[in-house]
Design a protein around this ligand. Structure first.
Ligand code: FA5
Length: 335
């Protein structure tokens, strides 16, 4: 039998054997049989060497082609066996599917909205980047007014715009848009260029409300705030109203809640005062009503602004505000 015939015969046998092989181990043995170090084909180069030059070229290329074909056969068969050999273990517990959910801050804002909707307020929204007029001027805080120092501001675009330092910036735009009488609330992120500690962050959430009508008064404000606390905390925490200064309200108030961390005995979180400040409030200043084009002799009202993060800290006993804005899943998954 010539060498060419021998190569043809080897190919026919290999094709038959590789096609009928059933397992991966049999397949590996076949590969060794045909292409291994001790295989018949491994001796072939020494036989080719003895041939005339023309014959050497011809048989040499047939030999290389046969090796390639056998290697291809092996690869295809291996892929096929690997696919069909996958075994299903129906007893194996499935992998837990993790479903995302609302962050504690969003959950709380929705809960706050529900309470204020029940108290007759409508929810509105406004931009996070605003101009100086909305954040300051309309609210009776002109340039160079010392109260601008109360809010360390992050400016954008050469002081044309700024990241809102408080949600109170919605007051005049919302009054202009919807007119009076009105009862509206807004919640969202605010930004201040200030040092952080356990109760202060440089980005945090506020909730602002405004109520304007012909007879809204401080008594209504006190009622709404106390009802809100009652429904939010589902328990009666001590509430304290004390005089406070904000240029856009007159009179102005600050609202504190008894510190839940030390039960008002005084601790590092309440800075030994027994109370944690959660809101500013007061009767809307005539200047603001005038800025919105409202007849301030006929209409009056109150406004308030809560720190949402502080409310969450008090509700859940969280003693450091910074964890609320971290992406620590061990914390986030608890709520
Ligand atoms: C204001 O921002 C006023 N706009 C609130 C207001 C609205 C007054 C309407 C009158 C009428 P103040 O800077 O105090 O006020 O912030 C309001 C609340 O936000 C604070 O009571 C506190 O709960 C929260 N807060 C203030 N600064 C921070 C901070 N750095 N980190 C977390 N919460 C803060």
């Amino acid at each position: 039998m010539s060498l060419e015939e021998t190569l043809n015969k080897i190919w026919q046998e290999a094709e038959k054997e590789f096609t009928s092989v059933k397992s991966l181990s049999e397949l590996e043995n076949l590969l060794i049989k045909y292409l291994g170090r001790k295989s018949y084909l491994a001796n072939f180069p020494s036989l080719i060497k003895k041939l005339e030059i023309e014959e050497k070229r011809k048989i040499g290329s047939l030999y290389n082609e046969l090796k390639r074909k056998i290697e291809n056969l092996y690869r295809q068969k291996k892929e096929f066996l690997l696919e069909t050999n996958i075994k299903f273990d129906f007893e194996h517990p499935g992998r837990e599917i993790k479903v995302g959910k609302e962050h504690l801050i969003s959950q709380t804002i929705n809960k706050i909205f529900d309470i204020f909707i029940q108290l007759g307020f409508s929810v509105v929204d406004y931009a996070q980047i605003v101009d100086e007029k909305e954040n300051f001027d309309y609210l009776n805080i002109p340039p160079h007014h010392p109260a601008r120092d109360l809010w360390d501001t992050l400016w954008v675009k050469n002081r044309e715009l700024l990241f809102r330092t408080h949600t109170s910036c919605f007051q005049v735009p919302v009054l202009k848009k919807y007119g009076v009488p009105i009862r509206a609330i807004i919640a969202g992120k605010v930004f201040r260029y200030e040092a952080i500690d356990k109760t202060h962050d440089f980005e945090f959430y506020q909730l602002d409300g405004i109520s304007i009508s012909e007879n809204s008064n401080l008594g209504h404000l006190k009622y709404v705030v106390e009802k809100f606390f009652e429904r939010f905390f589902k328990e009666n925490l001590p509430v304290r109203f004390r005089p406070g200064y904000f240029p856009f309200v007159e009179p102005g108030l600050e609202i504190d809640i008894g510190c839940i961390f030390c039960k008002q005995r005084g601790c590092i979180i309440c800075k030994k005062t027994g109370f944690i400040e959660v809101a500013g409030a007061g009767m809307v200043h005539d200047f603001v009503l005038k800025s919105a084009g409202i007849d301030y002799k006929k209409y009056q009202g109150y406004a308030f602004g809560f720190g949402v993060d502080r409310l969450i800290m008090l509700e859940h006993g969280i003693d450091d505000i910074r964890i609320l804005h971290s992406s620590d899943l061990r914390f986030i998954r608890q709520f």
